[in-house]
Design a protein around this ligand. Structure first.
Ligand SMILES: Cc1cc2nc3c(=O)[nH]c(=O)nc-3n(C[C@H](O)[C@H](O)[C@H](O)COP(=O)(O)OP(=O)(O)OC[C@H]3O[C@@H](n4cnc5c(N)ncnc54)[C@H](O)[C@@H]3O)c2cc1C
Length: 407
């Protein structure tokens, strides 16, 4: 599957990592992580830190799947508002999911700091505005339930938002100061190269896993070149291409669009460079970069055919440009480059982390949804705990047991 097309900014900004190391022989090892994106990289980090030997296998160059296309806003706020999620999975579990996301932003920051990986991580505030005045009611409910569960949140009137952030929002907004942004490509490549150097982590690229079978004492995988990999455990971190490893469909694939502006003179950018998104579905989202560019994304469509997705790119660019100009009429916005990607969502807005029922040796770390990266951090911790027999209170909220209940 083409996970993205057009020109994702991060690959141009950082240049591609020239690392080519396909698996040429059979391999026998303890743990194999399939996927070298941000999920696989965080997973490898957690395992290396815990002193657990593992290796990473990817069919592409390192981190050139969805992670290279990601706009990488890091928020504790999940696509499904807490007040709605509470009705789907219980209020207690929904609050646990929200708190886990909040914690994961600090954890990502910590991981990057302890490995000295400069991935442009920046802590920022976030503005979640009502796309129409009718949605003000939703924000009030959301504010109340978030306050009840001691999540960081403020409810500001439209006029206050306009004054404070110089953005012409159509409704009130929820604001928090605990969000962040980064460069997911730089984070993934940085973490993997760090552990290759420091811990002898082996990363095999351009090696496609064609088949994965669980046996009584481990797993056997077959690569596209016919090599056999015998291992104790497999961790599937293949993002939106995980379908081939799953017994059943668990997510809907969608197409999403993003663009980046020319650099903008700093005086034109809004105060605090906060992240901005809205209640509409699909939603528009906006962030800045350390080079004073503006990234705008959204316009999701409920199909995943890459050719159809790409054919809409021009039209989607025009729509996104129109929307940003409406919010910031004074910014001289000019698109530098644009790209589109595949994306996925689940019915309750949560990722799938853990074992498929009955498959004890294959873990799935699938951070589906708009918070994919924060979910990747949570998934890496839960799976690492499971491998060490450490109880993790979050595992039942994100686990596969809910498949029977909601699907
Ligand atoms: C345009 C866009 C904007 C986004 N914005 C945000 C955002 O603002 N915030 C956020 O949190 N998330 C965002 N996301 C989602 C986020 O990018 C993803 O959740 C995240 O990148 C997934 O990382 P991953 O490592 O799981 O998947 P990937 O980066 O796709 O990595 C999976 C890897 O698995 C490899 N693989 C797959 N199948 C096989 C196989 N059979 N054998 C070997 N290797 C295999 C692939 O080659 C790939 O490199 C966005 C996504 C897109 C496309």
């Amino acid at each position: 599957m083409d996970l993205h097309s057009g020109l994702p900014y991060w690959i141009v900004r950082n240049s591609l990592l020239d690392y080519f190391h396909p698996l040429e022989d059979d391999l026998s090892t303890d743990i194999v992580i399939v996927g070298s994106g941000i999920t696989g990289a965080l997973m490898a980090h957690e395992l290396c830190r815990a002193g657990i030997e593992c290796c990473v296998i990817d069919k592409r160059s390192i981190a050139t799947g969805s992670s290279a296309a990601s706009t990488a806003l890091l928020q504790y706020e999940i696509d499904v508002p807490l007040c709605r999620m509470a009705k789907i999975i219980s209020e207690e579990n929904a609050a646990t999911a929200y708190h886990a996301c909040l914690q994961s932003i600090s954890d990502i920051k910590k991981v990057l700091k302890e490995t000295d990986v400069d991935a442009g991580f920046e802590q920022l505030s976030s503005v979640f505005y009502a796309s129409c005045s009718a949605d003000n009611k939703l924000l009030e409910q959301e504010y109340e339930i978030r306050q009840k569960h001691e999540l960081p949140v403020n409810l500001l009137k439209k006029q206050e938002i306009r004054k404070r952030y110089k953005v012409k929002v159509p409704g009130n907004a929820l604001v928090n100061e605990t969000s962040a942004q980064m460069d997911a490509y730089r984070a993934a490549t940085g973490l993997l190269t760090y552990h290759m150097k420091e811990n002898g982590l082996k990363v095999f690229t351009h090696t496609n896993i064609k088949k994965c079978t669980e046996t009584s004492d481990g797993c056997i995988m077959i690569t596209d070149k016919g090599n056999k990999i015998k291992c104790g455990y497999v961790i599937v971190a293949t993002g939106f291409e995980a379908g081939q490893f799953l017994p059943k469909k668990i997510m809907d694939l969608t197409s999403t669009y993003a663009l980046i502006s020319h650099p903008v003179a700093p005086e034109y950018l809004w105060p605090e460079h906060c992240l901005i998104w809205e209640t509409a579905d699909p939603y528009l989202y906006i962030r800045t970069t350390d080079g004073n560019r503006i990234i705008v994304g959204g316009e999701d469509e409920k199909f995943s055919d890459p050719e159809h997705r790409d054919s809409l790119l021009r039209k989607k660019i025009r729509i996104l440009e129109r929307k940003i100009r409406k919010l910031f009429p004074d910014i001289p916005f000019k698109t530098e480059m644009a790209w589109c990607g595949t994306f996925s969502s689940t019915k309750d807005g949560l990722p799938f982390i853990g074992n498929w029922p009955g498959k004890e040796r294959i873990f799935f770390d699938l951070g589906y949804g708009g918070n994919g990266i924060t979910f990747s951090m949570i998934g890496a911790q839960i799976i690492c705990h499971k491998l060490q027999d450490i109880k993790d209170e979050r595992s039942h909220v994100f686990g596969y047991d809910r498949i029977e209940k909601y699907w």
